[in-house]
Ligand binder design. Sequence first.
Ligand SMILES: Nc1ncnc2c1ncn2[C@@H]1O[C@H](COP(=O)(O)OP(=O)(O)OP(=O)(O)O)[C@@H](O)[C@H]1O
Length: 231
Amino acid sequence: MINLTNLRFAWQKKDVINIEALDIKKAQHLFIEGPSGSGKSTLLNLLGGVLTPQNGNVTILGQSLNDLSSSQKDSFRANHIGFIFQQFNLIPYLSVLDNITLPCTFSTSRKEKALKRSNSLDEEAIRLLAALGLNDSELLQRSVNELSVGQQQRVAAARAMLGSPEIIIADEPTSALDSDHRQGFIKILFEECKKEDITLIFVSHDAALKHHFSHSINLQQINQVNFKESI
Ligand SMILES: Nc1ncnc2c1ncn2[C@@H]1O[C@H](COP(=O)(O)OP(=O)(O)OP(=O)(O)O)[C@@H](O)[C@H]1O
């Protein structure tokens, strides 16, 4: 489902990503670890087509990202990938509910999938938030600026899950959560991914989370010469 071949990316001529071959099958849950600055966010941005490699290729669902224009990449990403970013990337002037339902503005397929599960997009957003432990109805109409960091993180997670994209890419999604919320967050993320056969790529410093995943890879290991892995 995700195939990386001879993938190379350098920031200012310094190689950060150099992967010979990595294939990730549908519905796998992959944990990628690596120290700060090792290139985890760079790799996720290559997977999402946000960055373009200097060499090699990322193929997702049979589509080579190199063959897409930047607007085609935007719509491909909107249809197939849910992102949970380290800094959340929520829109400050939109309410909590409008932030969560935003991907459906850009993707008809995700909208249709969301509406198969609930009667309206708002109802589906509320269902996901409740599963993530945010039940307070007063909170839904607030601007996202008025939420705590942990609450914002769960809003970002609900946005990524809405409409069940085939892939969820999560960059340090539990960093701002306390340990109770972290366990709850992982539980619902896995439940959603299992229900819909979503492929999950999850990056974290926190090695304690690794045991939840079917596969784990260290970024330094991926970047070694002759690395070839199929999971
Ligand atoms: N926009 C940029 N311009 C130049 N260099 C960059 C840029 N973004 C990242 N880098 C460099 O690329 C390397 C990898 O950065 P990246 O953010 O991918 O690491 P990371 O493993 O995600 O780190 P962290 O765990 O601290 O978030 C670092 O040395 C970083 O300084």
